[in-house]
Write a protein that binds this ligand. Structure first.
Ligand SMILES: [Zn+2]
Length: 234
């Protein structure tokens, strides 16, 4: 192995992985990266990567000349990802994933993991905690095509809050919130969103109640019209 890479120490990698709960720090991914081997009870399958926020060697993605070798090797310069996301962030030498974005992923992920310490993992609830982006011109790197269905009443999660702040960059524009007419769960969820955005200094039109021409499930955001539509829960 070449010596001009400032690779992480084993202890740094282990700590980074544990701090992330072995879950990918990309908020749109959050894949579990560790599982038992079904064939050998002494083994496990591990797909996690301690990725460099700024590259370990010159010319690599996001390389920062100003860092010392120790800084480059330090846990501060690492973000825990699944193997897919680790590969994705380095495509085209990292142009689509600046260091600031990865640092944001890391800090928000660590907050999320901490909030969930000793709590039950609720996969259905999690799916329910993302806005679907309805425009073809997506903002904020949100993956389209997720249908958000959950058995429990929805509430505004920290993921959704950060999605909203990422979507809505201009507080002078009016955000329209619409929910399904006659659906009390949809209305109360829409009202919670309205209250949060109003507190955060946004101008809101709504909550409007409407009968959608095409029924929608889950919640969606249209960046072209700045409209949040709260469909039915299931
Ligand atoms: Zn991932």
């Amino acid at each position: 192995m070449s010596n001009n890479r400032d690779d992480f120490r084993k202890s740094t990698i282990d700590t980074l992985a544990r701090r992330a709960a072995f879950i990918c720090s990309n908020p749109e991914c959050r894949s579990l990266t560790i599982a038992p081997s079904p064939q050998d009870e002494d083994k496990y399958i591990y797909t996690g990567i301690a990725a460099h926020i700024t590259a370990a060697s010159e010319g690599g993605p996001r390389y920062n000349l100003d860092l010392t070798t120790e800084e480059r090797k330090s846990i501060k310069n690492g973000v825990f990802l699944c193997n897919n996301c680790a590969e994705m962030i380095d495509k085209n030498n990292g142009i689509d994933f600046p260091a600031s974005k990865l640092e944001k992923w890391k800090s928000e992920h660590e907050v999320w993991v901490h909030e969930n310490l000793n709590k039950r993992i609720d996969v259905e609830g999690e799916q329910n905690q993302i806005f679907y982006v309805s425009s073809s011109q997506q903002k904020g790197g949100i993956t389209a095509g997720i249908v958000n269905i959950g058995p429990k009443p929805r509430s505004l999660s920290s993921t959704m809050r950060s999605q909203l702040l990422e979507f809505l960059t201009d507080k002078s524009e009016v955000v329209t919130i619409t929910c399904v007419m006659g659906d009390s769960e949809s209305f109360s969820f829409a009202s919670e969103i309205k209250e949060y955005l109003a507190k955060s200094g946004y101008k809101i039109n709504g909550v409007n109640q409407a009968i959608f021409s095409k029924p929608i499930k889950g919640q969606e955001f249209n960046p072209d019209t700045l409209t949040i539509r709260i469909g039915s829960r299931q």
